[in-house]
Design a protein around this ligand. Sequence first.
Ligand code: FES
Ligand SMILES: [Fe+2]
Length: 357
Amino acid sequence: MQMLTYKSAQQSFEGLKAPLRKFANSDVVCEGWYAVGRSADFARGAVKKISVGKRTLVLYRALSGTMHAVESACAHLGADLAQGTVVEKGLQCVFHRWCWGEDGNCTAGGGVSENRSIRTYTVRERWGIAWAWIGESPRYELPEPTAANSRHALCLRERRIDCHPHVILGNGLDFTHIVPVHGFQLLDDPTVEIEAPHRLTVGIHTRFKSSVMRKLLFLSGSAARWRFTTIGPSLAWLSVQEPTPFELVWAGRPLPDGSSAMQTVFFLPSRSAFVRALPMMIATTWKDKSVLEGLRFREGFVVSDAVFYLYAQLIEKLPEWNPDNHSQRIVQKRDDAQEKSVIEPPTHATLEEAQVR
Ligand code: FES
Ligand SMILES: [Fe+2]
């Protein structure tokens, strides 16, 4: 781990390196955990399409109860699997009724003899949210709250913010906006911990300057202390010690138009702690949405943005999601197939059989 402070990070800032290619680029998705839906919206058999950047995936709950995320194009002729039906053998394509099992392999239809498969993604359900690792197998796990804050998880409604998630999450590392936008007074030089390849933490000790809203929220003049950690390209974890202890995760999923689907989950020591945590968050993030939605990101980092730029550089080094790898493997498999079996034209009876099995 590399330990710095805001001041020492500025001293080691060497100016901009190569132009940023992945950071805040809506054409690129970096591998990581993305919040893809709410568990409660997926009864057994539910199938939905979701966007991750400019690509789409299909999320469904198998009859066994487990959630799955798969590529949206059927590995037969590319029909949209979001139009499919969940059956005993897996997700059944609407077009020719091939079925795709929970491991992605073809379980019914002409793709069985061809060993066809669709690409699957690791899904975990935590705190009422379905999380998908967008990429190959997970390189790290979802973070967990500390024991003291793990009693209550409160998940807010997903919000769309018209700004790329990297810029939204990086906002917590942007010390120079904290005073003009949020009216904080830094009490100590913030600490900076870099845990390559995917985590960056800042520790902040500050004071709420007085304002009418803060007087109403009983926060004027209060000291505040928190740690803010970016995790990969899609998550930020906030751990607040003062004025009231709680934790929170923000998850940002890029949408096709360059905006973000933002998910927030509070982790609280008790249910009533939300009454204290919410004003703290209102007083801290007030105005962020309008500023973020008004900006058109450009790489204008200077020395005072040293920590924000460190985050951009971590993003640049993360692996890029390449969903086309799997399709290439399918083509390869088909070319390598030695024996080609001939499939009889399906009868109504065989199709019905595939559906119920
Ligand atoms: S396109 Fe899906 S089964 Fe044919
Ligand atoms: Fe902010």
